[in-house]
Design a protein around this ligand. Sequence first.
Ligand code: ATP
Ligand code: MG
Length: 439
Amino acid sequence: MRLSQFFLPTLKETPSEAQIVSHRLMLRAGMVRQLSAGIYSWLPLGYRVLKKIEQIVREEQDAIGCNELLMPTIQPAELWQESGRYEDYGLEMLRITDRHDRNILFGPTNEEVITDIFRKEVKSYKQVPQLLYHIQWKFRDEIRPRFGVMRGREFLMKDAYSFDIDYESSRHSYNKMFLAYCRTFSRLGVKAIPMVADTGPIGGDLSHEFIILAETGESEVFCDKTWLDKDLTGKGVDLNDRTNLEGWVQTTLADYAATDEKHEAENCPVSGDDLIATRGIEVGHIFHFGTKYSEPMGATVLGPDGKDVPVMMGSYGIGVSRLVGALIEASHDENGIVWPEEVAPFRVGLINLRTGDDACDAACEDIYGKLKNAKIDVLYDDRDMRAGGKFADMDLIGLPWQIVVGPKGLANGVVELKNRKTGERSEVTLEAALNQIGA
Ligand code: ATP
Ligand code: MG
């Protein structure tokens, strides 16, 4: 992509409405713009990151055999009356009346809709387990939308649902999802610690929140410092071996980690310097809630003994749009964002120090073509403006690699290669630069 043709409205000044660094940087880097309280438009740079995160989340759901579908954003009130949550959900639910005076709502979550799909289509124990998910916009009329996309009113969530015949099988589904979450966050380049959590209005008996430690987080959290070095990549775990998977989950969870609702100072097994008491950002939440919805909504299957039993369910959310902000909270410096490779909007930023100079233009075109041929996402700053502004913008938007092309270097047959994360710069031949970034 050529920057002269890319819609990238960066800001030099720090926007006064933004209280935390990720929100400031997302505005300054031209990633999002607020349309109304807690409602954002995703501009091209931000949208590229959102889609990359979404794709990693998707791949890890697919990898555990979870089937992707897409449910609507608008739901009928009747379904929520059946589950008993229409009144309970309170003011966070955006209630709407259509032209026929029917009560509808913009979905804050999808337990009711998925349970309705399940009960209509699945009749026998032979058709479970089922693992289903979608990635869809949600609306919650948050009392205090803030921190940009971190606590929006409209936000993108991955929500998955499991249906099983009995507790053992249902627990296995929960464990699979636990593994998928560990793998997802590892791939995203962040440490998200699973913490024992309250189940809240969704209800249930087993629940973990995945939390990225950050001073700017909204939750107070407590954990053993061993979490900081723990490997959560889930390598070598056998998904289909219940005992192996359960063993891995139990070992992983052996060290203490809890949100403030569950933390009791007097009963905490770790203390002193071993206990980290800080704040965190909730990026995922998994619940096992048994028959809470299947019972009132009549989602039963015929068991092997010929008797109808309500299915055991779980639900599993990831805040896809919140993650964009959370990743920035976890990875930035005084000059701007520092994207992990996996989610960077482009892998390489190519800076032409003297647009209009024949040699510089020709060299940049050559590099641009080579990177494109190698299928490496590149943003080429071909704008006719001074170098300082180009450097500042490139650091601000945080692409992992920068290739800087200027007349002096070209005369000596070299370009400058900069690693955004380490700040390391080297004068190398074009071939060496391309080699180093894997082109
Ligand atoms: P929170 O405690 O932050 O209000 P929640 O417990 O109500 O979140 P869940 O119902 O568990 O949220 O939703 C699953 C995930 O969706 C959360 O872990 C979070 O990452 C994300 N999420 C929830 N509410 C918002 C919001 N208002 N804006 C952005 N993301 C959100
Ligand atoms: Mg939650």
